[in-house]
Design a protein around this ligand. Sequence first.
Ligand SMILES: [Zn+2]
Length: 148
Amino acid sequence: MTPDGPDPFDKNAPDSITAAQRDVLVAWLRDAGDRLALRDWRIRVSTCEAERDAIASSYIQDNGDEIWVAVERGFFERPERHRRHSLVHELLHPHFYRVTRLADKLIERELGTRTEAVIMASIGQVEEQSIDRLAWAVSEWLPEVPEA
Ligand SMILES: [Zn+2]
């Protein structure tokens, strides 16, 4: 296993958080990840900015159980419950990932590119909604995300 793969969020853009803020997120995500059955996953935090218009976003490595999390600029100015919800949302993605990947594989080259795209977009949308609802419920049971 390579110890440090490239940061998937690195687009040569300025950092959104400092190294000290990343350390805070790494510690919180590691603890929360252990509580959310991701003990066997590597959890990495990027200092680069999350995807446009997202409080946080994640990237799951295809091979190896590894998730990269990135947050928006100004993440630590958000209300605490929003910070916690967005991080929990990202930590729930790995649990749904294999189902979505399986669906992707099953329809691959069976239905035509256009139909596949429509089906995957629908699955993605429902997945996002389910994860988001679960994240509100689950985040109530997790420790607060510290200031940084
Ligand atoms: Zn999501």
